[in-house]
Design a protein around this ligand. Structure first.
Ligand code: HAX
Length: 441
């Protein structure tokens, strides 16, 4: 058993025992009660799921195993000469709850290199898709195409004991994460670079190698990619891509099936696709206004015209957060340190000044602040990656780290099939009528 697997085995065994005891003693304690608003309103804030890798606070933002993003940037190991955390380190932290050493991260990078071989049929399958198929669709199908290699599914069909589910899930998780950059980069080069592929560089870290296979050799881009892959990795369990992975996985679908489903959830414009929508919207604004240095007044008018046409301002608002997203702030900090003179980045900062008061003035938007997707496009364009339909694929590569670490935990804690209760509006009316009858007497 490898060192990370052994550590996960020890930690998860201990927690599984603790959970048993907690539930034995406190299983019937009430942790939440639910209003009709929440039943109709997308289940906001209902505490109903266990997710070990990270926890979101509406005011403070995300913490990964208790560590904030600024803390991760300080404490996680970095690439030689680099300043940003290596996403491998975050995966280690999310899986076992400990900040890894440099040596442990080096081991993980090398382990993923050894597991990174993508079966040839995956590329052939992708090549059969029309070139204009959205990159996220190609990516999700690429992940599905690898499902025939699932160790979980192979072992399950040979009668695997349920106490070994976590072990097979760990193996699939490690293999799948190792392969994702190659599949994702293949799609990018296929669509935007006439299919001229760049082979992996086995001496590089996971994020640096992804940038290399995309054809982006600029060191600044590589550093941004490491930060990007770290901050997009997880946002507790209730967001659509995480929850989808968890729900599909709860049927004992293997990590390939559940992560592919997760990518489909990420592909919606209210979720991960917002990163492409933001930059599309900003570039349309620049084109419409005819200037790369719009004033605050011009931006304000443009935002109001977006709202007047019945559309949302992409990159703003959040279902849980009630403050500027620390993932936005980390990218802003990165841009201040590395690309302070980019016109596009300056527009993003001006939008940050202009949009919150406008959204607040509508009186219905619960969070007028920027989210993670408001900043990434401007940085990617700055470094020369202008194909914004591709941006959500990079988000997806990162998201695998969190949702698959969580799936290892779901198996280790034997979390069951997910099956919440639904009701009809007729049921609601009946419930209200009965309640009124009790009140009247
Ligand atoms: N622009 C305009 N209106 C907005 C808005 C925005 N950015 N954010 C919220 N609203 C509106 C909602 O559409 C809703 O209007 P109606 O009552 O007319 O339907 C009202 O304000 C209340 O919404 P809310 O309770 O504040 O927000 P929700 O929890 O319902 O939705 C969303 C959260 C993220 C979906 C929403 O803020 C939004 O659509 N934002 C723009 C898209 C976006 O940036 N998505 C990415 C979110 C982060 C993420 O998942 N990244 O991957």
């Amino acid at each position: 058993m490898d060192a990370l697997k052994q550590l996960f085995y020890e930690k998860s065994n201990a927690l599984a025992q603790e959970v048993k005891e907690i539930l034995k003693e406190h299983g019937n304690k009430q942790v939440d009660d639910v209003q009709l608003n929440q039943v109709y309103g997308g289940m906001r804030d209902i505490t109903s799921m266990i997710w070990e890798p990270s926890l979101l606070d509406s005011e403070e933002g995300i913490r990964f195993r208790g560590f904030s993003i600024p803390e991760l940037r300080e404490k996680l190991p970095r690439a030689p000469g680099g300043k940003e955390p290596l996403p491998e380190g975050l995966f280690w932290l999310m899986l076992v709850g400990e900040i890894p050493t440099k040596e442990q991260v080096k081991w993980l990078t090398e382990n993923w290199v050894r597991r990174a071989n993508v079966p040839e049929h995956v590329f052939r399958m992708i090549d059969t898709l029309p070139i204009e198929t959205h990159p996220m669709t190609q990516f999700s199908m690429g992940v599905m195409a690898m499902q025939n290699t699932s160790i979980f599914t192979q072992r399950y069909s040979s009668g695997m004991n349920k106490t070994e589910y976590w072990d097979a899930t760990y193996e699939d998780t490690m293999n799948l994460i190792a392969r994702l950059p190659r599949v994702a980069a293949y799609i990018y080069r296929r669509i935007y670079h006439k299919g001229e592929q760049i082979l992996p560089e086995i001496s590089m870290d996971w994020g640096g190698n992804f940038a290399h296979m995309l054809g982006m050799e600029n060191e600044g881009f590589k550093e941004y990619m490491r930060l990007f892959l770290t901050i997009h990795a997880d946002h507790e369990g209730g967001n659509a891509s995480a929850h989808t992975c968890h729900l599909v996985g709860s049927t004992l679908s293997d990590p390939y099936l559940s992560f592919s489903a997760s990518l489909n959830a990420l592909s919606g414009p209210l979720h991960g696709l917002a990163n492409q929508e933001v930059i599309r919207w900003v570039i349309k604004m620049v084109d419409t206004l005819g200037t790369t240095k719009p004033t605050r007044e011009q931006i304000s008018d443009y935002v109001k015209s977006t709202l007047a046409s019945g559309r949302v301002v992409p990159g703003y608002g959040h279902a849980v957060l009630r403050k500027p997203d620390p993932r936005f702030m980390a990218q802003r900090q990165f841009a201040e340190d590395n690309v302070p003179d980019s016109d596009l980045v300056k527009i993003v900062w001006k939008i940050f000044d202009v949009v919150p008061p406008i959204l607040s003035s509508l009186g219905k938007v619960k969070n007028p602040w920027p989210n993670v997707d408001a900043h990434s496009g401007a940085l990617l364009v700055h470094y020369g990656m202008k194909e914004y339909n591709y941006y959500t694929v990079m988000f997806g590569v990162s998201r695998a780290l969190g949702v698959l670490a969580a799936q290892c935990w779901a198996r280790a804690l034997s979390l069951p099939l997910e099956r919440p209760k639904s009701v009809t509006t007729a049921w609601v009316k009946d419930f209200l009528a009965k309640e009124a009858a009790v009140v009247q007497g």
